[in-house]
Design a protein around this ligand. Sequence first.
Ligand SMILES: Cc1ncc(COP(=O)(O)O)c(C=O)c1O
Length: 419
Amino acid sequence: MFWSKGWSEFLIKLLHLQKQNPFILLKRSNRGFGVTEKTLAQKIRNTFSDSSVQAIHEPKFDSSELEGVKECIETGWVSTAGKFVNSFEEKLAYYVKADNCVAVVNGTSALHLALLAANVAAGDEVLLPSLTFVATANAAVYCGAVPHFVEVSEQTLCVDVKKLRNYLRESFYLKEEGLVNKLSGARVTALIVVHVLGFAPYMPELVALAKEFRLKLIEDASESLGTFVDQKHTGTFGDFGTFSFNGNKIITCGGGGAVVTNDSGAAATIKHLSTTAKMPHSWEFYHDQVGYNYRMPNLNAALGCSQLDRLTHKLEQKKRLHKLYVEMFSDDEELHVFEAPSFCESNYWLNGVRLRGLDKSRVLENCAELKIGARPFWIPLHTLPAFKNAPRMDMSATEALYNSTVLLPSSPQLLKRES
Ligand SMILES: Cc1ncc(COP(=O)(O)O)c(C=O)c1O
């Protein structure tokens, strides 16, 4: 018979070889055989000519940034006072529609001050996801509090509201002073929601949950400038929203951060704490408590002001880049590009792909060989030495996301060739 055992063995071998080396078959369709760790990297390499493909997210400046920075240098206003700091605060508050904004040195200090303003005290527990940058948990520790890790949703990448509500009902109880962990007996003061990669959970549900369990709600919006839920900016649903303007964010101050809040009293406290708790006086240095040297310098704010002016353009580019990635992998069943849920208008800060049957390390190796700045998710914080004994929910979704996700180069200027 024509279809002999020898033939089928030969075909199986050929398919296997083809997976190892995509050029073994001369004509290879997008459909059918599917993408491999190697062809995935090649597709990215072939699509983008810009050198920023070597980084996960690069900043971009032009002459307008130079003008503000030059003015700081020429006038000598380079440090923690000057017109650009106030102007940056006003512009940011206006854009996100918050009553108050305090500019600080980075997103980590913004989180630290937001937690202090939320009255998080030593010995308290703070609920926060494990799938986040380490700063979110560190900020809780700076207050003497214990991070209590909560699970995320595989769709939104952010806190899983349903699972969290069940967990709070089972493992905590409400007392006069607030929520208490049944097991540790600790007071639970705050919940930090992180808008991972510029995505968001359905925030009205989280606001309701925080109210039900008497938790202060802090939004770590470090990655979500330009992301809205039901047309309301992320960071403005909770009691406090924090932003980062690190060099890898959608806009940058070089380094920088901000806290936004509609509570004017809390904003005044945050500003006071960020300026070493110095009481206003023309010459005396009187500090009424231990404060922090966290005020954003004018030089950084000058950069931030020009960057904010170009945010709308950057957001358009980010959305086009996201569309390009979705189209690039639309025929590949082995990949799923994360897409924002319908209620969320995402800034698509970073594009990520969920791998189905492909090996994450091999994808990253192949990308590194072709000088593509792809990255894994952060190692889940509950597995790091500093937090391995911290209380937590079941972390199956967090771990599954970490094991099967690759983040792709997402600088807006990648689109240079196409724009
Ligand atoms: C989710 C998240 N939280 C906090 C931070 C801390 O911000 P920064 O690096 O400005 O301190 C970052 C970014 O770096 C972040 O991505």
